[in-house]
Design a protein around this ligand. Sequence first.
Ligand SMILES: [Zn+2]
Length: 164
Amino acid sequence: MFILNLKILILMKILQKALKLSYDRFKPNPFQRRYHYAIAFDGNKPICLSQNNPIKINAKALRMGERFNLPKYKEFPFNHAESHLVSKLLDRYNSIHSNWTLVVLRINRKGLVMMSKPCENCDKILKAVGLTEVYWSVKDNVFMNNDQDTIVIDSKKFSQYSVV
Ligand SMILES: [Zn+2]
């Protein structure tokens, strides 16, 4: 029980930091509707952050499409937050540690947290590099992972939580 609670406490910290880091970078513009952020954590320390760019094609996005054989990314080489994050992690560390935690979240133009489950192609990349500890936003204060666990946080206090 103690270990489980400790794990949940670390997770709460991670989700709290991910929210803060994302809102720090949130700059809405008239050309973009969805703002996805992906943050990798080593323990509870954020080590890399990226965001999507649906406006400008990107050579690295194309390379990710080639490397992981994803036709959609070869045809539409725009950075998704998760694929871009993996690309940055590979550039920086050369390898990916499967115990790193990934948090993905989406903020809409009004500043509300929305569903940010990784798309099919990003999911393939995450699985290929062995990242399985992935949490994505569902809506304000609610996250979900690959085991279908729902994690509810109180982003105002960050002291109350429950795992359904
Ligand atoms: Zn994606």
